[in-house]
Design a protein around this ligand. Structure first.
Ligand code: SF4
Length: 473
């Protein structure tokens, strides 16, 4: 399973700040299910509540009532660096020289180890295992010589990698996005108050207007004197490298990210996939939920019937008891079950968004074969994932990626399918509007940020339990 990184939400100058942040996180639960947190401010004091688990489990009515103030930041987390533990839950709050600093981060730095060693060698003590705490320490140091916007500008220059940040101190809230713009961060407005979210589906739930994405390399500053935008980068990269997997899989289809409508984008990817390779079959079968949107476009283009012949159990929660080794495919079956009469004797084309390890796909194809499918073809609405991601997306190690270890004919044999086609890189870029602004590193191995180039660098464990890039010996 591919894991999301994190989701952010922030609001400035609204009397219901914490409650709105709760709903903003609720809408973005898909971006992180391990922990959730909200920190509110009345301009002077800071109030916080964090916990492990889903947003509605972490917050009860009483918790929200204990989060007064008109400004709030929220975070849902899935750990891409650092352990899954309450002390790593965000937003982080630190007190420095008499002022509170609150920071929430989405992404993954690639120079965490170097920054942490530098900080530790000059006296910083760390209490968590995340790259986010590195940012907090950098910020505290920069505040010795700068005001908050100046300090944020300094840390954004030192941090290398993927970061969307929401930072609050005193009466100032700052949103910032790394110069490559790996992950999304959007600006919206609710009753005149600026709101920020990783995805615009959070704005829809609050009935806030969606204004625009925060640009790569932009700092958006809100304080009692008003709002302003500043670039923080002296030498911006020639073009952004936004994570195209947000469009393929991560973001909610009702969101708009990077200025692209996710639902329409996925449909276009499916359409393009059918242009490249549409088999002669009885019907198109989407794997729910991720395959649904490309499958709609695929079926339209190929003029094939579209059947929801795989039914998803929506109530499989985190408390699901893991099966024993002898029942290891049980976990896959409990989530999705085929409609038996639809399968027997049929020629079926499965459409899904990606194949990572291939184990889930193998189990599902086996089930279709058992139920008497005459032919099983697979069409994937993204190119083969051959390289790991160092920017905040947890795929698998390179050795676990099926397309990194096996040729197309080998994968066809392993999955026991009649044919398999992945969307070409050209086809994928044809389906998006801003085709020269995307990171493709997990498909091509061409990593946009120095420190992660395949072959030249290797990933290694850092002392904080996270990962960082190091030069090959
Ligand atoms: S390597 Fe892949 S998953 Fe990671 S940021 Fe780039 S496109 Fe996204």
């Amino acid at each position: 399973m591919i894991r999301h990184e994190c989701g952010l939400f922030g609001i400035y100058g609204h009397e219901e700040a914490a409650r709105l942040t709760y709903f903003g996180l609720y809408a973005q639960q898909h971006r992180g299910q391990e922990s959730a947190g909200i920190v509110s401010s009345d301009g002077d004091a800071i109030f916080e509540h964090k916990g492990m688990g889903l947003v509605p489990d972490v917050f009860a009515e009483g918790d929200l009532q204990r989060l007064p103030g008109s400004t709030a930041l929220g975070h849902v987390r899935y750990s891409t660096t650092g352990q899954s533990a309450l002390r790593n839950a965000q937003p982080f709050v630190v007190r420095y020289r008499g002022r509170n600093i609150v920071l929430a981060h989405n992404g993954n730095l690639v120079n965490t180890l170097a920054l942490r060693e530098e900080l530790e060698s000059s006296g910083s003590i760390f209490s968590t295992t995340t790259d986010t705490e590195v940012l907090v320490h950098l910020l505290a140091r920069a505040l010795k010589d700068h005001d908050l916007p100046g300090a944020v500008r300094q840390i954004c220059k030192k941090a290398n990698g993927a970061f969307c940040l929401l930072i609050l101190s005193g009466d100032t809230l700052i949103a910032a996005r790394d110069p490559y713009g790996f992950h999304p961060l959007a600006l919206g407005r609710l009753n005149g108050s600026p709101v920020f979210a990783s995805e615009t589906c959070a704005f829809d739930l609050l009935e806030a207007a969606s204004e625009r994405p925060i640009a790569p390399g932009e700092m958006y500053i809100v304080d009692s004197s008003g709002e302003r935008s500043e670039p923080f980068c002296d030498a911006p990269p020639p073009r952004p490298r936004q994570c195209i997997f947000e469009l393929i899989y991560f973001a909610r289809p009702d969101s708009s990210v990077f200025g692209e409508q996710v639902y329409l984008c996925r449909k276009r990817m499916g359409w393009q996939l059918a242009v490249e390779s549409a088999p002669d079959v009885d019907f198109v079968l989407p794997f729910p939920d991720s395959g649904v949107y490309p499958a709609i476009g695929f079926a339209h283009c190929a003029e094939l019937p579209y059947e929801h012949a795989m039914i998803r159990n929506h109530y499989v929660g985190r408390t699901f008891i893991q099966p024993s080794q002898s029942m290891r495919n049980f976990a896959v079956r409990v989530k999705i079950n085929p409609v038996r009469p639809m399968i027997e004797g049929k020629r079926i084309c499965i459409v899904d968004d990606s194949i990572v390890r291939g184990t889930t796909m193998m189990t599902r194809v086996r089930k279709l074969r058992e139920l008497g499918a005459r032919e099983v073809h697979i069409r994937i609405s993204s190119p083969p994932v051959k390289f790991p991601c160092y920017y905040g997306i947890d795929f698998a190690s390179r050795g676990e990626l099926i397309a990194a270890r096996h040729s197309l004919p080998e994968i066809i044999e392993k999955l026991d399918v009649d044919s398999l086609h992945y969307l070409s890189i050209e086809g994928m870029l044809h389906a998006v509007m801003h085709s020269d602004s995307y990171c493709l590193a997990c498909f091509t191995g061409e990593y946009p940020i120095y420190g992660c180039e395949a072959g030249k660098y290797r990933l290694e464990s850092s002392s904080d339990g996270g990962m960082c890039a190091a030069l090959q010996d």
